[in-house]
Design a protein around this ligand. Sequence first.
Ligand code: ADP
Length: 258
Amino acid sequence: YLNLGLILVLNIVLLFGVWLVFRNVKKEIQLAENKSVFVSNVSHEIRTPLSLISMFAETLEMGRVQTKEKQQEYYEIISKEAQRLTAIVNRILNFSQVEANKSSYTLEPLDLGGAVDEVLKTYTYHLESKGFDYSFTKEDNLIIEADKEALQEVIINVLDNAIKYSNKTRNINIQIANLGNMAYLSIQDHGIGISARDQKNIFDKFYRVSTGDLAKGQGTGLGLSLVKHIISRHNGKIKVKSELGRGTTFTIYLPLKQ
Ligand code: ADP
């Protein structure tokens, strides 16, 4: 009996080991696949603004643009595309710092509402020009310990996604509140939503949901993994709630300064 029992236990251990190895290999394959998609996405993301910049700059250079208004319009396109390029490069640099464990954050007392306000101020034009409405419901004096730049990077990433993966209802609701010893920041959109299956993976590096044309060539799959990293370095948590076709809410919990 003892032998039989032992053999059974050994078999179970062996099977468990095989399962673990199998699972890891599967994960690695998935990661490699995501990575190669990432390289092609990033190349596309960089090539598009670059070719727009050189096309419009050349047209201006050759003196082919007659009116002042048209010239102004072309300069604006060039500057907007250059900003886009900078944002992509920054995101990749930030991410590689995280990967190399070189990211450092200086946590200082920060007024959460003020930090959100600042981001929204620079976003108002962007949101309005795309036909978005937004609301910001806030409680005052929510003081957390945070690295302001990193936290704003988090807000920008989530907001950018809310805009990028939007639907017909262009409405975003932002809320901050006090949960006792935690502050809560939620960003809700009414966009395309994320299936339950994908919700499990969106925080993985390089992961992107294949949503057909809508999101093609518009992302790197790094945003949310960076967001998750930053939040965890702030001793916080991020949760997603979403329904396909109805919209998504990201909720971030951060400890309040004692
Ligand atoms: P990306 O650069 O592709 O936007 P992210 O890491 O920011 O990378 O997001 C990962 C994936 O999660 C996206 O490709 C998208 O499919 C999905 N996603 C993120 N935010 C939203 C949202 N607000 N609504 C719908 N899908 C989203």
